[in-house]
Design a protein around this ligand. Sequence first.
Ligand SMILES: [Zn+2]
Ligand SMILES: [Zn+2]
Length: 123
Amino acid sequence: MIFECVNCKKEVDTQGNIGTRNRNHCPFCLHSLHLDRSIPGDRKEACRGVMKPIGITFKNERKDKYGKEEVGEIMIIHECSKCNVISKNRIAGDDSAEKILEIAERTVNKKELKEVKRQLFGE
Ligand SMILES: [Zn+2]
Ligand SMILES: [Zn+2]
C-alpha cells in the first residue's frame, strides 16, 4: 500500500524493504499517523492525529552474560499532536539516518549520541 505522508507529502510504500513488518512512519521525515491502539499495526485507533518524532531512545537495556550493559536498538519517540499519546517505535532500514541523527542531537546525551551514530553508520 502506498500512502502520502501527512507531513512532507512524499509517497511512502508500506511494503518497502524495511526489516519490520509494519511501517508506521514516513522514512523521510519520520512523522506518522496515530492509527494503532494497543499493538503496532492493529489500526484500531480513531484519533488519526499526526504523530511527531520528538526524541530518540533505545530499546530496554539489558546486561550481557558478563554483566556489561548492552544498549538496545534505536527507537523513535512519537507524540500525537492531537491526543498527546506517546509511543516508541522501531526504526526501519530505510529511515533517513540524517533525520534520526538530527533528532538525537537535540534529545540524547553525548554517550547516547555516539551509540546512535554507531548503530546508524557503524562508526
Ligand atoms: Zn514524511
Ligand atoms: Zn492521537
